[in-house]
Design a protein around this ligand. Sequence first.
Ligand code: FES
Length: 120
Amino acid sequence: MEKRRQPHKRIVFVCTNQRAPGERVCCADRGGAELRDRLKAMVKERGLRGRIRVSQSGCLDRCEDGPNIMVFPDNVWYAGVRPDDLDAILDDAIASLRAEGALPRGYDDVPRSTGTEAPA
Ligand code: FES
C-alpha cells in the first residue's frame, strides 16, 4: 500500500443508491444519477476536471432527505437537491477553491447561460 495525498481538490459525492420497490426511499428514484451526470458535464464545461471530481456514492443514510450530495473536504451537505441547484453547488465549490488559491492559474470561470440571451 502507498499512502498518498488525495489527488483531487474537491470530491463531490452524489448518492445514486437504488433500492427495490417497496423498500426505503432512495436517491436513485429522485434523480440521483441524473444529477451526477449533469454535474460531471458542468465540471467539464467549466474547465475544472482534475480539480473537482464528481463521484457517485452508495447510500449516505439520509435517504428521506434525498437526493443528497456531499462535498469533501468542505464538509458541506446538500439535501433535496434539484437540477436547478447544481449551479449553486458548483459555485460554492469554486468559491472554496478560490479562497484557498486552488483554482488553475488564470482560471476565469466560464460564464453560464442564464437562459435569457437572445438566440444567435
Ligand atoms: S439512498 Fe441516498 S442517502 Fe440513502
